[in-house]
Design a protein around this ligand. Structure first.
Ligand SMILES: Cc1cc2nc3c(=O)[nH]c(=O)nc-3n(C[C@H](O)[C@H](O)[C@H](O)COP(=O)(O)OP(=O)(O)OC[C@H]3O[C@@H](n4cnc5c(N)ncnc54)[C@H](O)[C@@H]3O)c2cc1C
Length: 479
């Protein structure tokens, strides 16, 4: 049997997971290559080394209840190489102060009024509005809702203050979006289901929550040493399986070979590769450019997915250089929380969240220092893209002082920019993805993978890569 040539375009986690699945399971039937535009593999998974430590500069862990990361680590022979998160809880900077998030939140949505009241995260007026959910719950309309914005559903049931103070910073923060635009169906289907039940939202969410028996602990985990280690493990395994990973090579075009051979021709700035099968594992914007020459409708659908640009600022402070809350994994800063004092009083914070890295991952604990990370940037806030790294660090430090009190100068600080990084799962996202899948199915020997398809988190990206790989294996062996 002649070997089929498979090319994976894009060496992020989705592309690498796809390449690995094919190489590990198709036996001798496929010859796999990964072509990556940048100088390194891993895409949006990377690390930064400062003050003698290497730490994640993007994802630093992921949801434990999705099985795909564990399945991949098991395949790589490193199923024992995970680390559970070591802290829980978080705070939110609202009404001019740091306050513990209410207990019993589901992705930022309160499920018990009393916990919400105790947290003091929203005003008395906001609490009274949320109380309506218990005493006079509002309906979201009759009949089945195909989709609705998360923000409007929660606002209708619990009021705008709950949306602004809790749901937008938490659920919106995950994808650097605004919940006024994000899809309940795609990001929190349980909310869509709960909102349509008669009665209160909080009660319905509690009833739909998984019972402790069905939850898989730990809730959040990472790969031993850091999420970036996953790329090192995958790359080593791909190498041993004979997969060529070609970096610094931008795929500039994708078209069918003329004549009797229907193979794909994959143009790069250096040369053209022939492939029987291609998996396009780039962000949707780049996939649109590659698909445009052979399917303008598909290209348009892909181009319609928007992306938020973000940046992370990793800071190593002297131990007593910053006073963090006594417990918790970090702080959320809602877009609606204005700076309460100082020269920028009334303006929007640049910082959207602060993560206490060495509390979450004790492996990072280092006597005399504190590792924290600030996140900046949202779909509606690209101010940082016009700022230098030094300006960003100065502004973030100023904001940390407002949130935590006085801070000393950090030992080290580093900015990592992630341009157009997080796809926005807007209202009716699932319908858009179904249309894209139907359009792709019109073509032979091509599949898509990536964070815009099945979820933004690392396990969902692995799932999309493996799904594309499974199609390639199945269809390659049918010929
Ligand atoms: C700051 C940040 C924090 C995050 N935090 C978390 C978290 O805590 N937990 C979690 O689970 N997830 C998190 N995520 C999300 C997760 O990291 C990403 O969704 C995921 O890594 C995306 O993988 P991907 O393979 O789909 O895409 P990418 O990583 O974007 O990979 C696509 C690759 O394609 C390449 N490419 C593009 N065009 C071409 C071309 N024409 N030719 C060749 N190559 C091309 C790109 O260079 C890139 O390497 C975070 C993301 C960011 C940015």
């Amino acid at each position: 049997m002649t070997k089929r040539d498979v090319i994976v375009i894009g060496g992020g986690i989705a592309g690498l997971a796809a390449a690995h699945h094919i190489a590990a399971t198709s036996g001798d039937r496929c010859n796999v290559r990964v072509i990556e535009a940048s100088s390194r593999l891993g895409g949006k998974l990377d690390s930064v080394t400062l003050h003698g430590r290497t730490v994640d500069s993007s994802a630093d862990g992921t949801l434990g209840r999705r099985p795909e990361l564990m399945a991949l680590l098991n395949e790589l022979g490193h199923g024992d190489k995970t680390m559970p998160i070591a802290a829980s809880g978080a705070s939110v900077f609202v009404r001019g102060a740091l306050r513990n998030l209410p207990k019993d939140l589901q992705l930022g949505i309160p499920t018990r009024w009393w916990s919400l009241a105790q947290s003091k995260t929203i005003s008395k007026r906001g609490l009274l509005r949320a109380l309506l959910d218990l005493v006079a719950p509002r309906s979201v309309g009759r009949g089945h809702l195909p989709d609705r914005a998360i923000g409007s559903l929660v606002e209708r049931k619990l009021g705008l203050e709950v949306v602004n103070s809790l749901v937008d910073p938490m659920l919106g923060g995950i994808v650097a979006g605004r919940v006024s635009d994000l899809s309940a169906q795609a990001l929190m289907p349980s909310l869509l289901a709960a909102a349509q039940k008669p009665g209160g939202l909080m009660k319905a969410l509690r009833e739909l929550a998984p019972t402790p028996e069905t939850q898989v602990p730990p809730a959040f985990l990472s790969v031993e040493g850091g999420m970036y280690r996953l790329i090192e493990l995958l790359t080593a395994s791909l190498d041993s399986l004979g997969v060529a990973c070609i970096v610094d090579t931008h795929v500039t075009g994708l078209h069918r070979q003329a004549g009797s051979d229907p193979a794909w021709m994959v143009d790069t700035q250096h040369s053209t590769y022939r492939a029987d099968w291609v998996i396009v594992a780039t962000p949707a914007t780049e996939a649109a450019a590659l698909c445009a020459p052979f399917d303008s409708e598909l290209a348009e659908q892909l181009a319609a997915i928007s992306y938020a640009s973000v940046a992370t600022i990793t800071l190593c402070f002297p131990d007593h250089g910053i006073t963090l809350p006594e417990c918790g994994t970090g702080v959320l800063i809602p877009p609606a929380s204005a700076i309460p004092r100082g020269p920028r009083k009334g303006q929007r914070f640049l910082t959207t969240a602060v993560t206490f890295l060495d509390r979450k991952w004790p492996l990072l604990l280092q006597p005399g220092s504190r590792w924290i990370r600030a996140s900046i940037g949202r779909i509606d806030d690209e101010r940082f893209t016009h700022m230098t790294d030094d300006e960003i660090i100065a502004m973030v430090r100023e904001e940390l002082t407002i949130v935590f009190g006085a801070t000393e100068a950090p030992f080290a600080a580093s900015v990592t920019r992630w341009s157009k990084a997080l796809p926005q799962y807007g209202v009716n996202h699932q319908a858009k993805i179904d249309n894209i899948a139907n359009a792709v199915a019109r073509h032979r020997d091509i599949a898509l993978a990536g964070s815009y398809l099945e979820g933004v988190g690392v396990p969902a990206c692995i799932a999309s890569g493996r799904r594309a790989a499974a199609i390639a294996i199945r269809e390659s062996t049918e010929v």
